[in-house]
Design a protein around this ligand. Structure first.
Ligand code: BMA
Length: 755
């Protein structure tokens, strides 16, 4: 009897990783079956083990630095290693996908298992698939011939049983069903697998839109159109072994706490570990999954293509049973890089690169996806023009078109308070502005001489060319820059101001996308997605992130909680008229009113207030609810000028607040008249696991920032405009803390504090 030894490099649980390894193994090792195991043909496992270490395994493309990250090319195996021995057969992988049969209106489950049968004789037996909650149990006879064998099972879920579907966060429950698959094989060999099965459908809708050239680009989940709200995910640490379950949960919980429903796993990092996707399933986070190719031109020699095939085929098998993944995308920005000629390729050489591009992403990766996973769409790149890219032979003249597919948009020069600079695109999958992380985060990796905006440390941690200057330039358009004579104070104030600027910029841009969901203006619109760049940080440095390294919420993340709220009033001006749109992601219509208040900067009493007639806000729409020339609004409200007043508004039904309170500045805060230094105090008390901050202010205060330094946790709201004398804010600690500890660390800043 032959004894087979497998060295399983278990990155992601049973039988998982070799294809992931193959990225860095390219050219040095052959992956025998692309399913997560490296076969050792009679070799001593220890030798291979050490050889693998010497090869320097597991590098993500961004390990070599990125515009938000350091260069730490890691070495070695970073997950569990184990040796498995078997002498009959081995279940190499197990995967499944629920498929909805539209015509029969019933669910089926396709289960695929691959065996390595080393017995010289066929191995017979039976498989029992059970999903008790769906009253489903089916038994199949199997006979495995020697060699590599695939067992495909087709399980029908009776029409008479109600299957609850999986919904993205904010749209319904994330119901899943426990399933067991038991292989009872000859020789008393029993192999049992258990998994959670979720049922949902996903469609990418690309169809003509009345009044606009091009095609729509939006997702329907379970037949329901959903606006994708969220952000882009990068690796959670330069050193993956530091990414704990707790950290993953904390970051992903913060995603749903900020009313997001989507993350794009960006193509310059890693295919995340199983737990990441399991948490996304559980929390209702949709995942836009890039394959790991980003901002580069790749070779297409056979060795490289073979390793890509192993990698892609393996990832499809590993990940396809997750309902959270709603789309595969071939790469990050490589179509755009090619067509906008980022790398200065001569005109005559371009056809070679286009051919390579099509070979890699279309003839290889796309084919593998079509063969391995019919349960979700595939696009070749992000940004891309979707169906139009296909029509243009896989490379569009302008992959960033507003009329097709998704766009990436960055502009650090134009005034971000002017919504007219943003593309009225079908789907914005990347956009953003940088800010600095909080002092408490930086303090852990710096010392006194580093604490200024122009220190070597500050320059070194900034990896985006001109980033620090861009932040101050953008902030300077609407705010006075910090003026303290104390350098440390100036550093802290500058950090605060960059966060204010970032939060306000991304708010304006996101609100523009959300209010564009139902309209076509100048032939553009029907925007159905807003994923800002970027959710998380890989180290303590300035970046586009809304969560700092370690998970602390920046001001932007608190703003996201509001600007991604399911029901939101959005204010803006066009040609000196003030408008408020109502945006609803809800599934039902609601009868409600809109309250509009005008405050002077110098008083805590509103100067005027207006409540509209009752109206019905339709679910899944963005409509204009309010329109008033600014001159009339100012006249109506006593002695208001653009500089002395600010507008706030919210949606409510039966006196119950249904939306966050939003606001609109009538001038830049740097020109505000009447704004005084606000004295803000807090009384902290404890209620169970939560802490209550009862705030009181002496004056109207913009961008009120509550900070408890390094105490892990988050506030219920932060960075807000305080127009009333008192306000209660909750603090949710992530680790045990005390009232005393919070009092010691508590610090509050509002805009006038930095003047
Ligand atoms: C996009 C991303 C990343 C980058 C970000 C900010 O191009 O795909 O490559 O970090 O912009 O510059």
């Amino acid at each position: 009897m032959r004894l087979h030894l497998l060295l399983l490099l278990a990155l992601c649980g049973a039988g998982t990783t070799a294809a992931e390894l193959s990225y860095s193994l390219r050219g040095n090792w052959s992956i025998c079956n692309g399913n997560g195991s490296l076969e050792l043909p009679g070799a001593v496992p220890g030798c291979v083990h050490s050889a693998l270490f010497q090869q320097g395994l597991i590098q993500e493309q961004c390990s070599f630095s990125w515009d938000w990250g350091p260069s730490f090319p890691t070495q070695g195996i970073w997950k569990d290693v184990r040796i498995e021995a078997y002498n009959i057969c081995h279940l190499n992988y197990f995967t499944f996908s629920p498929i909805y049969d539209k015509s029969a209106q019933e669910w089926n489950l396709e289960i695929e298992s691959t065996f390595d049968v080393v017995s010289s004789k066929p191995v017979g037996g039976q498989v029992i698939v059970a999903i008790p909650k769906l009253q489903t149990q089916q038994t199949y006879s199997i006979e495995l011939q020697p060699g590599k064998r695939i067992v495909e099972l087709f399980v029908n879920i009776s029409k008479n049983i109600t299957v609850e579907t999986w919904w993205p966060h904010g749209h319904g429950n994330q119901t899943g069903y426990n399933m067991t698959v038991l292989f009872e094989l000859d020789g008393g060999l029993n192999i049992e697998k258990s998994a959670k099965v979720y049922f949902r459908t996903v469609e990418l809708i690309e169809e003509p839109i009345k009044g606009s050239p091009g095609l729509s680009f939006y997702f329907k989940i379970n037949g329901f159109p959903i606006f994708l709200k969220g952000s882009n995910w990068i690796p959670a640490d330069s050193f993956q072994d530091r990414v704990t379950s707790e950290l993953l949960r904390l970051l992903l919980q913060s995603v749903v706490d900020a009313n997001m429903n989507t993350l794009r796993v960006w193509g310059g990092g890693i295919y995340e570990q199983d737990e990441f996707y399991e948490l996304c399933d559980e929390l209702g986070i949709m995942v836009w999954q890039d394959f790991m190719f980003a901002c580069a031109l790749y070779p297409t020699d056979q060795g490289f293509l073979d390793s890509v095939t192993a990698e892609v085929a393996y990832q499809i098998k590993r990940l396809k049973s997750h309902p959270s993944i709603i789309i595969w995308s071939g790469n990050n920005e490589n179509e755009e890089a090619l067509m906008m000629n980022w790398y200065h390729i001569s005109f005559t050489d371009r056809p070679i690169y286009i051919k390579d591009y099509v070979t890699l992403y279309v003839k290889n990766i796309r084919e593998l996806v079509l063969a391995g996973d019919k349960s979700r769409p595939f696009i070749t790149s992000s940004p891309t023009n979707g169906a139009e890219t296909v029509a243009e032979a896989w490379v569009s003249q302008n992959p960033n078109s507003n009329y097709f597919g998704d766009v990436h948009f960055y502009d650090y020069i134009s005034d971000c308070w002017n919504w007219k600079v943003f593309p009225k695109a079908r789907f914005a999958s990347e956009y953003g502005y940088q800010s600095w992380p909080s002092f408490s985060t930086l303090e852990k990796v710096s010392s006194t001489e580093d604490w200024s905006f122009n220190s070597k440390f500050s320059l070194h941690r900034q990896h985006h060319e001109g980033g620090n200057k861009q932040m101050l330039y953008q902030a300077g358009l609407h705010f006075k820059l910090p003026q303290s004579t104390d350098p440390l104070r100036t550093f802290k104030d500058t950090i605060y101001l960059t966060q204010v600027m970032q939060a306000q910029c991304v708010k304006t841009e996101t609100e523009f996308y959300r209010r564009s969901r139902s309209e076509i203006v100048d032939q553009q619109g029907h925007t159905m997605g807003a994923l800002y760049w970027q959710l998380n940080d890989i180290w303590q440095a300035p970046s586009w992130a809304s969560l700092e390294y370690g998970g602390k919420w920046k001001m932007l993340h608190y703003f996201a909680q509001n600007f991604f709220a399911p029901l939101l009033p959005v204010g803006f001006e066009n040609e000196n008229t003030f408008y408020i749109y109502g945006v609803s992601d809800l599934h039902s219509d609601y009868s409600m009113t809109l309250s509009v208040r005008v405050h002077t900067w110098s008083s805590l009493e509103p100067v005027c207030s207006r409540v509209t007639e009752r109206f019905v806000m339709k679910g899944g729409e963005a409509v204009c609810l309010y329109e008033e020339p600014v001159s009339e609004l100012l006249r109506r409200c006593g002695n208001c000028t653009r500089e002395s007043c600010v507008v706030s508004f919210y949606l409510s039904a039966d006196h119950e607040l249904l939306s966050p309170t939003n606001y609109h500045f009538l001038s830049s805060p740097k020109e505000a008249v009447g704004l005084c230094k606000a004295q803000i105090t807090a009384i902290i008390s404890q209620q169970g696991d939560i802490f209550v901050f009862d705030l009181e202010t002496s004056a109207v205060a913009p961008f009120v920032w509550l900070d408890v330094g390094s105490i892990p946790g988050r506030f219920s709201d932060n960075g807000f405009l305080m127009t009333e004398k008192t306000r209660t804010i909750l603090f949710y600690p992530w680790e045990p803390t005390s009232k005393n500890e919070l009092e010691q660390s508590f610090h509050v800043t509002s805009l006038t504090d930095i003047y």
